[in-house]
Design a protein around this ligand. Sequence first.
Ligand code: NAD
Length: 317
Amino acid sequence: MKKVLLAQSIYAPAIELLEQHAEVVLIKEGNMDEFKKHLSDAYAVIIGTSIKFTKELIDMASNLKVISRTGVGVDNIDVATATERGIYVLNTPGVNSLSVAEHTVMLICALAKHVIFLDDEVRNHRYGSRRLYLPIDLQGKKLGLIGCGRIGRMVAEKCMRAFDMEVIGYDPLISAVPESIQLVDSIEEVFTDADFISLHVPFTENTRNLVDNRLLSLMKSSAFLINTSRGGIVDETVLASKLKEKKIAGAALDVFSKEPPDPSSELLNLPNVILTPHTAALTQECTARVAMEAAKGVVDLIQNKIPKFIYNKEGVL
Ligand code: NAD
């Protein structure tokens, strides 16, 4: 029987599906020694974002035919080397968009309404501070999207329908977007004009540190940055200093350049930033959906069928 290696536990019915077709080896998340031990004869691996599937790991996996990601971003996989070796890289585009969009909208609301701060005030018997630091309304505020793909569009739709927000977006790789978004020609326009700037681009060599000192300096002092895409897209050191100096109003981050972030990261000690541990897609429903898709792709290949989502299709088919 072919061996399928799970880098962490996933939705039980997805494991049951795999067990009907393969020997499944479940590794405790983070146990790299155990993971590496099983790599040499693994036919497939199913991974989240916590493992970096580097050339070094690919070199250890001489029987590997498929790397299946329970999510959309493949920036933690050396896709070029995998493709060279004829290894399928599968992901689950669109399957987690809704959950990430909802999480993004939640962060926008939490920033606007000062929910973390106010909760803390009540718990610490500072009820009188309710008039000291007033929240803002979302109606009529401008949302600026960087990246207008699946998640960006859903965020736009929800913010427009629920809050009557105006939405502008920058995405040089597409020419048409739904009516809810007004496409603009420059990224600078988004950073200068928007009240909430939300990032929805993949992490690539072109987007590494895309949000740097120059762009952050364009933001209004009343504006907020939301990042639910990937940590490396924002220069976190510059962001922390802008937040500290109150050059921008606040930020909400679900992703970090290093996960988990270093305990010494300044971001952890700033009151005007809301942090979540890369959980935008980790809802009960979404973890079930992506696990089933990731498992189905592996089963398809075991059965000599073509999986629905092959990220490196051009290189392996
Ligand atoms: P998508 O491919 O549908 O959309 C990405 C968009 O970014 C595309 O329209 C593309 O044209 C655009 N783009 C690429 N480079 C750009 C640039 N330099 N400037 C502006 N636009 C650019 O992807 P998606 O499904 O919307 O997901 C977006 C990203 O969100 C993923 O790549 C992933 O890293 C991240 N994500 C995070 C989580 C999480 O748990 N926080 C979950 C899912 C996805």
